[in-house]
Every structure is written in structure tokens, then in C-alpha cells.
Design a protein around this ligand. Structure first.
Ligand SMILES: *Cc1c(COP(=O)(O)O)cnc(C)c1O
Length: 372
């Protein structure tokens, strides 16, 4: 039975997007698909199964739990943890065959100790901070660190990577980062230090910086058919739709108000529908008074503020819409479409936040699943 609020995930669209990414980067570049925060709210297991079927080389996750979930689902390929965790968790990397990002010596020491216990070499990726100001060493600290790592014989240097903070807005800065990264790679090579993988490209890198591919790319948002910036020139298919049902309809007379704060005031007689979705479900409060939704192929506006579990929609004089009708909050309805990017712009946030905050408790229904 369908609930009153749900998410549809079109895995066929995911396949099309990964196909697009492959055609952009070419077959010699490996793809590390970023699945953090449960595949940007799409559901990590089904997304991973589909991408595996599509021949994706490796998955990037944000936490140990996500990596373990993939292992428990039977995935045996590479999983790279794109963040760092406390050294107390080092044993998990060995036990579940997860590739860690290494950005400090005490973690490396612990990892080496755990690997030695079962005599299994652990591949690691090292993070370089060329301008993100988040994790990792500065370029000039890399070589001294790698020298120190030499004594940890159970670690093998598999990857070296960096990340872009402003690939959408600052082309020069991003290219400067790339130059720094490339120079580092070259300098290390002259010292006979070579990694299997070098990677820097996020979604924006994939679309706008062909010189950032090196031999591996890390697309996230574009996999899901969403653009990190509005003017990005690439054709993608949105994977996620967010829907809810009308649970009540009433007539409102002129002068009456709708919702908290009484911010919607009826100018004339109007029908108002109550829909079973609210900010607790991940439909942002910031969409109050400004979002549009689709019902039966028509566009309507939100009336007043978003409540915890409800929104109200101004149906105007429309007589056709009934209780039980489906309201599309994100997605297509006939020839109309509301995108995660639209919600982000109305709520003055970024599309990443829109999709990752759709409550995990809302059921996801998968279309075009992988053939198990
Ligand atoms: C999240 C993340 C990505 C993917 O970024 P998108 O903008 O979604 O493509 C790539 N690399 C790292 C290190 C990340 O944390």
C-alpha cells in the first residue's frame, strides 16, 4: 500500500546519467561514484546495485556504516571512504576491505598495526589540500609524510587526490589548484613515488574541466541527474521524484487566512488543499509562501507557511482536483516539471541539501531495478 508521502527513484535515469558521464570522460578514466549520505538521499543499496551493473569501478562513501552496508549487500568491489574517521575504527577497514583516506600519522600507524595482525596489505588514498581548506596535507607536506609512511609496510600507496571548492565560480582558482596538484604528482614521480590513481574531478570537474580527469573521477550530484550550478551545460535525467497526496480540501472565503502566521490571505473565494508533507519530511520551511507544486499537469502555489507535517496549496477556482490526488513536489507531471534545483533556488539553498534532507523514513520506490 502506498503511503501519503513517498519518493520514486528511477534507476533507468541513473543508468542514462552514468552513460553520459562515461561518454564525457572516456573509457580510460575510472569512475568512483560518490554514494555518501545514502546516495544523496536516493538509497545506497539500489543505487549501488544499478551502478555496479553499469560497470562502475568504485564507490565513494562518507562513513564506515555505508561501506559495511554495501559489503553486507554482497558488493565486493572497491569502496573508498572519502572522509577520515577516528583511529579506533582502523580495524573496520581491514575487516571489511574498505579503502581509507589517510590524512594523519597516528591513523596510519593504527591501520598498519591492524593490517599486520592478519597480514593483509591495505591500499590507502592520501588527500592533498590544494585550496579546499578541509582535510588533508598541504602539497609541501606530502613528501615528508610519505617518507614517514615508509616504515608502515602493510600500507600501499594507491591513490592521491584533491578537491575543488569553487569549480563553479572560480575557473582561475580551480586551474591553479590543478597546476599545483599536477606539479606535485610530477615531483613525486621524480622521487620514484607513483600512485595507481590520481583524482580531483567532482561533478563540476567532470563537466567543465577535462584537464582534471587524470585517471579517475568522482562524480556525485550529476549521477542523480541534478546540476550543481544552474548554468552547467550537460543533459541529465533527474532520478528522484518526491510526491504526496491531498488529504483534505476546503473552500476559503475572501479575507480568511491559511496556516501559521496567517501569511496567506484569500483575496477571493478559493479552494485550498492540505497535503501530507512538511518540513519534518524534508520539504524545507524556507519554501513557505514561494514554492510551486504540480497536480494533474497543472502548476499551483503553496498557500502560507510549510508546517511540520503539512503544506496547503492554493487551488484557486479549480474544480477538477480532488482529495487523494497526487501532488508532485519534485518531478514530472505530464508536460510540467519541478526540479530539485527549483526547490533549492526558491528556498535559497543548494540542490545537495534538498535531496539529502528528504527524510530517510519516507519510503523509496525503485523503478527499472537491476536484474538481480
Ligand atoms: C561529495 C564529494 C564529491 C562529489 O561531489 P559532487 O559535487 O556531488 O560531484 C567528490 N569528492 C569528494 C571528496 C566529495 O566529498
Amino acid at each position: 500500500m502506498r503511503r501519503q508521502v513517498w519518493v520514486d527513484i528511477d534507476l533507468g535515469a541513473l543508468s542514462d546519467n552514468i552513460g553520459k558521464i562515461k561518454s564525457i570522460v572516456g573509457s580510460s578514466v575510472k569512475i568512483l561514484a560518490v554514494l555518501k549520505q545514502s546516495a544523496y538521499g536516493h538509497g545506497i543499496i539500489q543505487v549501488a546495485r544499478k551502478l555496479y551493473e553499469e560497470g562502475v569501478d568504485a564507490f565513494g562513501v562518507g562513513g564506515i556504516n555505508e561501506a559495511i552496508q554495501l559489503r553486507e549487500d554482497g558488493y565486493r568491489g572497491q569502496i573508498i571512504l572519502l572522509s577520515i574517521v577516528s583511529k579506533e575504527l582502523a580495524a573496520f577497514f581491514i575487516r571489511f576491505g574498505i579503502t581509507p583516506t589517510v590524512a594523519d600519522l597516528s591513523f596510519a600507524r593504527e591501520l598498519n598495526r591492524e593490517a599486520l595482525k592478519i597480514k593483509k596489505v591495505v591500499p590507502v588514498h592520501i588527500k592533498v589540500d590544494t585550496g579546499m581548506g578541509r582535510l588533508g596535507f598541504y602539497p609541501d607536506q606530502i613528501y615528508p609524510f610519505l617518507e614517514k609512511l615508509k616504515k608502515f609496510s602493510w600500507l600501499s600507496l594507491e591513490g592521491l587526490y584533491t578537491h575543488f571548492p569553487a569549480a563553479d565560480t572560480n575557473f582561475n582558482f580551480t586551474n591553479r589548484q590543478l597546476n599545483i596538484f599536477r606539479k606535485l604528482i610530477k615531483d613525486l614521480k621524480t622521487k620514484s613515488i607513483d600512485f595507481n590513481y590520481y583524482h580531483s574531478a567532482n561533478s563540476l570537474g567532470v563537466v567543465n574541466y577535462p584537464n582534471s580527469y587524470l585517471n579517475m573521477v568522482r562524480p556525485g550530484l550529476i549521477l542523480y541527474g541534478i546540476k550543481p550550478s544552474a548554468d552547467l551545460r550537460v543533459e541529465l535525467k533527474p532520478v528522484l521524484s518526491f510526491k504526496a497526496k491531498i488529504i483534505f480540501i476546503k473552500e476559503i472565503l475572501p479575507g480568511k487566512t491559511v496556516g501559521y502566521g496567517r501569511e496567506f490571505i484569500a483575496k477571493k473565494k478559493t479552494r485550498v488543499a492540505t497535503v501530507s508533507v512538511g518540513y519534518a519530511d524534508g520539504y524545507p520551511w524556507a519554501l513557505s509562501n514561494c514554492a510551486k507544486v504540480l497536480i494533474k499537469g497543472k502548476i499551483f502555489s503553496i498557500a502560507g507557511r510549510v508546517c511540520m507535517d503539512h503544506i496547503m496549496i492554493d487551488l484557486g477556482q479549480d474544480k477538477e482536483i480532488k482529495k487523494g490526488d497526487v501532488v508532485t513536489l519534485i518531478g514530472k507531471d505530464q508536460d510540467k516539471e519541478v526540479k530539485a534545483e527549483d526547490l533549492a533556488s526558491w528556498a535559497q539553498t543548494i540542490p545537495y541539501e534538498i535531496v539529502t534532507r528528504i527524510s530517510r523514513e519516507i519510503p523509496r520506490y525503485y523503478l527499472n531495478k537491476s536484474t538481480d
